[in-house]
Design a protein around this ligand. Structure first.
Ligand code: EJD
Length: 398
């Protein structure tokens, strides 16, 4: 371990300029060294795959229980009651995780596959009945998760319009208290209360993911006090993430026509295409951890209580790990990307996300001969998400 000075940068990765176009900053971060100190927020940052992976898998030395945003829950009151999964560590983390893992497990997903495929086919048929040019974000990336996921959770018909604004603020709130967070603050208490209301047993249908969480409480696997917060995790992590994951893969294909032809020839590539798009765009860009003691990573000691910032998006394009990292290529094996995290907190809903993507891409590939982005589109700036507000496309029906 060397005592050489850690490279520093004064650049704020949460500034509008970097959020709008993060790749140049991420390259400088990776090239500066395995660990870089961000003077803008007083945290150590990792941009290389090796250190991001090491940090994600070191739950003993780098905890989540003090929050996975910049705010340190040991010092500051969180804006909402902490998540029992995301913002928690073993052993308290493990029972809720086991429950959600079973609720979103392979058996349940097998039973959803046919219905979601039919839903995707119906949505794509509706869109293709309209103009050849449309905005793929509202028409597909938002419409599909909002059509299938709240029903799968068992939400009632009212209040679904709160889910995207809630998620947008939640993911902003992991970053610093900048203008994006300030803009969301006025509505945050109201949105939090509305979402919490949707997590009560009485608010949920008898046959969805939500009811399955409550059934686990009835069996004693979690307490009845924990159940609504576990349902809240579904509503927190299950919408915006899949919307922007689908937006990422639609943008990828709409700018890579040869890859679209490849998918059309072999629709079985839909799953690998989605993971490759998650690697290439990294809809979830960053997360923090907090050092539980002095902990060494990449030759630098992170002091006890210090926050570290992991750049998942930078790791997913690290040339030390990936050949031709900036290429969106269905021929590569994207496994090992950290777009779903890694280790004990790795996305518990990743199979749900992949099933949604597979259903939508399969329905599109069967019906759309070509999809081309027309214009640059518009980013939706968010402190955590690499998100799209608009992806204008022109399609030719098959
Ligand atoms: C998340 C990065 C929760 C929760 C869990 C996971 C996320 C957000 C919220 C999805 C983080 O348990 O509330 S991608």
């Amino acid at each position: 371990m060397s005592l050489a000075a850690v490279p520093t940068t004064t650049v704020d990765p949460f500034s509008p300029e970097v959020l709008a176009d993060p790749l140049p900053f991420q390259e400088r971060l990776r090239e500066a060294g395995p660990v870089v100190y961000l003077t803008s927020h007083g945290v150590h940052a990792f941009g290389r795959h090796e250190q991001v992976h090491a940090a994600l898998t070191n739950w003993q030395g780098l905890q989540s229980g003090a929050g996975v945003g910049l705010s340190n829950f040991r010092l500051e009151k969180p804006w909402r009651p902490p998540s029992l999964l995301l913002e928690s560590d073993p052993p308290r983390h493990d029972a809720p995780r086991r429950v959600l893992s079973a609720v979103l497990g392979p058996r349940v997903l097998r039973s959803l596959r046919e219905r979601w495929s039919a839903d995707a086919e119906a949505l794509v048929d509706e869109v293709l009945a309209g103009p050849d040019e449309f905005d793929a974000v509202p028409a597909l990336a938002e419409a599909f998760p909002l059509r299938v996921f709240p029903d799968a959770v068992g939400l009632g018909p009212d209040g679904r319009e709160n889910l995207l604004p809630y998620g947008n603020h939640l993911f902003n709130a992991f970053g610093p208290a900048n203008a994006l967070v300030e803009a969301g603050r006025p509505r945050a208490p109201e949105l939090g209360a509305r979402v919490a209301g949707q997590c009560a047993r009485e608010a949920l249908s008898g046959d969805g993911f939500g009811a399955a969480v409550w059934a686990a409480a009835d069996r004693g696997e979690i307490t009845p006090e924990q159940a609504p917060l576990v349902v809240r995790s579904l509503l927190s992590a299950g919408i915006d993430t899949t919307v922007h994951g689908l937006a990422a893969v639609l943008h990828a294909f709409a700018t890579h026509p040869a890859q679209w032809r490849r998918l059309r020839e072999r629709p079985q590539l839909a799953r690998v295409a989605f993971d490759e798009a998650v690697r290439w765009q990294s809809p979830v860009q960053t997360f923090f951890r907090t050092a539980t003691r002095d902990v060494e990573i990449g030759g630098t000691v992170i002091p006890d209580g210090g926050k570290v910032l992991m750049f998942l998006g930078a790791a997913n394009r690290d040339p030390r790990r990936w050949a031709d990292p900036d290429a969106f290529d269905l021929g590569r094996d994207p496994s090992g990307h950290v777009g779903f995290g890694m280790g004990l907190h790795q996305c518990v809903g990743q199979h749900v996300a992949r099933l949604e993507a597979e259903a939508l891409l399969t329905a599109l590939a069967a019906r759309v001969a070509s999809i081309r982005q027309v214009g640059d589109g518009e980013r939706q700036l968010n402190n955590t998400l690499r998100a799209w507000a608009s992806i204008p496309v022109r399609v030719h029906r098959a």
